[in-house]
Design a protein around this ligand. Sequence first.
Ligand SMILES: [Zn+2]
Length: 450
Amino acid sequence: MSRLRYLLLVACLFADKPAIAEPTPTVIVDIAGIGASRLAELKRETGVRWSAEFGQELLLGIEPGALRDWQARPGVRPAAPEELWVRGHVCAHQTQQPALSRVGGFELLRMPPGTLRHAALAGVAGHPLPADGVVSRELRNEATQKAVLGASPQVQALVNGIDAERWFQTMSLLAGYNRNSFSPALGPSRDWILSAFEGAGLDPSVFEYILSGGTGCTPAPPAVTIGNPIGVKAGVETPGEWVVVGAHYDSRNSVRCDGTANPQPGANDNASGCAGVIELARAFATVETRRSILFMCFSGEEQGLWGSRRYVESLQASGDIGRVVHMLNLDMIGFDAGGTLDAQIVTSNAQAAWAAQYAAAAGTYAPELNIINSTSVAGNSDYWYFLQAGVPAVFTWENGVAGYVHYHQSTDVPANMTRARELAGGILKMDVAVLADVAGLVALFRDGFE
Ligand SMILES: [Zn+2]
């Protein structure tokens, strides 16, 4: 994840607008997995003025007379809406201010109202609580349950081809390289990824660009020419229609542009995602697809999404951006913060149907996952410029990076990830099922059809 970019756009259904201007006693209620009807009941209870969902927690604005009763309930604690501030997890590592609540990439903080009013001018990262009150939404609380599809034998066979242990080995191997964008070891890691793509039967190439300026580093490091390794699986019917599967392979430690000193294994961030791209490519090696799939790992992400940005710009310049029917991004898929295999599906509100398709695939092929469906879009990973270019792009990842103390540290190693195989395995099974649908399976295990 990059610290450079932050943007929050939220839109979801909501009953009432929080009364920001008028102080209202507020409580936070734990709603993890309580279901749609109980959630609706809570919002309608006597004394509730407004509500705001925050993933596994519900914020309730309470009539002053009812506050004492609410505070006496188990699992309820106080908060104040006019002091609430939502910020990306990337900021959580910059200050010690404790969060009131946390979901996935977002934290809810209490801030003095005066600070809130001037936050934008003061350069304080974050955003007031969205007017619709929804920062992210847990699928188990949706009135419409996640669809469970009838499993397709062809897709199920592809899902079975996801090998979480093989993914873990790939991830561990990548974590052995110092993959900072300014590191001399970035090139060898790029070449290793290319050879992995070749091994999966893909046509390998490198998209090269110059990383100079805009790195967020002082003094600015000298410009470097670096690349994104790409492996193409040509579609057999409409090869000019592309599905892009990407994840950044560069890493960093506490120093963003440190090319040589200190180890920067970036196991979770983001050897896990790049190894996921390779694992998906290997799973698809046994089948033909109607559309082409472009598997790629980006560089320069930690300096500001430069690898994906330059690539999208090149597609816009050549006109090929119109070929991209879908983009899937993987970034940090191996840390199970809560012990419940939470996984986030993130896209813009306009692409909510895509999020629903991923959720349905999880319900069918990876039911062990607890899906957090978020239309709160943080421009902090490589799907961002695809989304900005009008491509339906979805970001699948873990939920709880704010609790990953090894984030951007030299201790981001495989041993410090939690239930990595289960979480990444589940996310990749969900992803491969959607990709099978989008790319279009022609025949599975070709030998079996001959
Ligand atoms: Zn990352």
